[in-house]
Design a protein around this ligand. Structure first.
Ligand code: CP
Ligand code: NVA
Length: 301
């Protein structure tokens, strides 16, 4: 297995399934009060260039539960000193680095220069930890075999969707991005995933076509962190892509609703859907803890 956790398609299908099984095992141990201090005495540096609730709390709590500790570094990389120098300092002291950055290249640079594992905790391009937890959650609700499962991602072709595409490149699922014209995102990531997938990855602007047969309806904010200046234009462009009761009715009757959170209630999703019995958003949030512990324990042990 590669030493960093940056992009899901850096891993084989077998490795991804192993991580998911390990996440289930870690969850069982945590819930059962069975000690699993796999990272006793180890330290994780957590670099945050952007705000966070879930990622920060789950990584910090996860390290504690694994017997280690974490250090929070809120900074803008490349301003006070170069990114390679940050990496070459940190790896003298800590056993792993987790980073949430604007530029994806900064996480790649940290990984290139640090001799300890680097974990991508969201960049403008990808959010692999999120999708690992999402798939753990989806398996809990829809069964362990993912073949044939259809995920409709309604909204922006952003970092979260890109990571779904990189996952679909390795594990065959039916993935559809349902977005307004012009918001398909980074076509190169999707094109590569389309070449590699043994399932299907499609993009449509047609809500009814995209939702047909969906087992899971996923959405994310219309305006991601760093895009605030585009908020007004985006609100207008995405208006008819709000996940509400009517839109959910286009999917399978037992379709689950998923969101990486934070949700902007009343924008990309209504209260009715967020709070419906089919909503599994807080299960996803919980599984960030278990899935990331599996990643930490695998890379840092
Ligand atoms: N989903 C997610 O990454 O949440 P935070 O931005 O709060 O960490
Ligand atoms: N696409 C969102 C995800 C937040 C977890 C963002 O980048 O802001």
């Amino acid at each position: 297995m590669v030493g960093d956790f940056i992009c899901l398609s850096d891993f084989s299908a077998e490795e991804l399934l192993h991580l998911l099984d390990f996440a289930d095992e870690i969850k069982r141990r945590q819930r059962g009060g069975i000690p699993h201090r796999i990272l006793e005495g180890k330290t994780l540096a957590m670099i945050f260039e952007k705000p966070s609730l879930r990622t920060r709390v789950t990584f910090q709590t996860g390290m504690f539960q694994l017997g280690g500790q974490s250090i929070l570094i809120e900074t803008r990389l490349g301003k006070r000193e170069s990114v390679p120098d940050v990496a070459r300092n940190l790896d003298r002291w800590v056993d792993g680095i987790m980073a949430r950055t604007f530029q994806h290249e900064h996480v790649l640079e940290l990984a290139q220069y640090a001799r300890v594992p680097v974990i991508n905790a969201l960049t403008d391009k990808l959010h692999p930890c999120q999708i690992l937890a999402d798939v753990q959650t989806l398996r809990e609700h829809k069964g362990p075999g993912l073949s044939g499962i259809k995920v409709a991602f309604v909204g922006d072709g952003n970092n979260v969707f890109n990571s779904w595409a990189t996952f679909a490149a390795r594990i065959p699922i039916q993935l559809t991005l349902v977005c307004p014209p012009g918001y398909e995102g980074d076509i190169s990531i999707v094109a590569q995933a389309q070449r590699e997938t043994q399932g299907s990855i499609e993009i449509t602007n047609d809500v009814a076509a995209g939702l047909r047969g969906a087992d899971a309806v996923y959405t994310d904010v219309w305006t991601s962190m760093g895009q605030e200046e585009e908020a007004a234009a985006r609100t207008k462009a995405f208006a008819s892509y709000q996940v509400n009761g009517q839109l959910m009715a286009l999917a399978k009757p037992d379709a689950v609703f998923m969101h990486c959170l934070p949700a902007h209630r009343g924008e990309e999703v209504t209260d009715e859907v967020m709070d419906s019995p089919n909503s599994i958003v807080f299960d996803q949030a919980e599984n960030r803890l278990h899935a990331q512990k599996a990643v930490l324990a695998t890379l840092m042990r």
